[in-house]
Design a protein around this ligand. Structure first.
Ligand code: 6GU
Length: 246
């Protein structure tokens, strides 16, 4: 799968895409990331990408021409491609949207700037507008990096098997259970003894209970939209009983 990022800050991405899982996936050819400087698609002497908004008000707005030219140049007609505009006005990015993007051969990410992008980009050029959360960033660059990482994890082979099949929060619909490693006693803070019991069924039950407890405490909204198994129902009533007692 191929990502093409259109940005006025091409230098931002160098280090972020040269480490960890993304680097490995690029080295193995499972993903390809190309960064495009929006200014390369201007035609004037000053390489101007923005202009003052019609109707007044302060701030500058991205002009449509360079953005259209960039995308038209980058888009591979032979590939199933999707053009995304990163903006705080977009659809909230989540695991389901990441999985959808991973089904395309080419994803083009246009990094907007918070003052604005000429509306004709979202009306006539982009297929999807994406926001990574309800807060404002000065530009879409960090959001683009978030999208690339989250989408890449859904590309077959990018994430190792032991990591992927495991309890991924947003595929199980529950937050992760707690993990511990050595030492058993760290400054008096002890690892739960059930984990040394060797009883795998008991450990699995304990983990599921902890995952439910954590989700109930931190993200009750996730439980509302999820169907519980009979064992989960049982553990949940146990948790609620314990809450009443304490
Ligand atoms: Cl995609 N862009 C900007 N500028 N701000 C954001 C965002 C994107 N997502 C959340 N805030």
């Amino acid at each position: 799968m191929r990502f093409d990022i259109v940005t006025i800050f091409p230098g931002i991405f160098e280090s972020i895409f040269s480490a960890g899982i993304i680097k490995k996936a690029r080295d193995k050819g499972m993903i390809d990331i190309k960064i495009h400087d929006l200014r390369d698609y201007t035609t004037d002497k000053h390489r101007q990408v923005d202009d003052r908004p019609y109707g007044g008000l302060e701030g500058m707005v991205f002009k449509p021409e360079p953005v259209f030219k960039a995308v038209e140049n980058i888009k591979q007609s032979t590939e199933k491609s999707l053009v995304c505009l990163l903006t705080p006005q977009g659809k909230l990015f989540n695991s389901a949207l990441a999985e959808k993007l991973a089904s395309y051969e080419q994803v083009i990410l246009i990094c907007g700037r918070y003052e604005g992008v000429d509306e004709r980009v979202s009306d006539y050029l982009s297929d999807e507008e994406i926001s990574i959360g309800d807060y404002v960033l000065s530009g879409g660059e960090l959001a683009a990096a978030v999208v690339v990482e989250a989408v890449s994890r859904f590309v077959p082979g990018v994430v190792g098997r032991e990591e992927s099949v495991r309890h991924d929060s947003f595929s199980t619909g529950l937050l992760d259970f707690p993990q511990y490693t050595r030492p058993r006693d760290f400054r008096g803070y002890k690892v739960p003894p059930v984990l040394f019991s060797g009883d795998h069924q008991k450990i699995a039950r304990w983990r599921l209970k902890k995952a439910l407890e954590k989700t109930l405490a931190k993200r009750p909204d996730m439980l509302k939209s999820r169907k519980l198994s009979p064992q989960e129902e049982e553990l949940l009533s146990e948790i609620q009983e314990e809450r009443k007692e304490s």
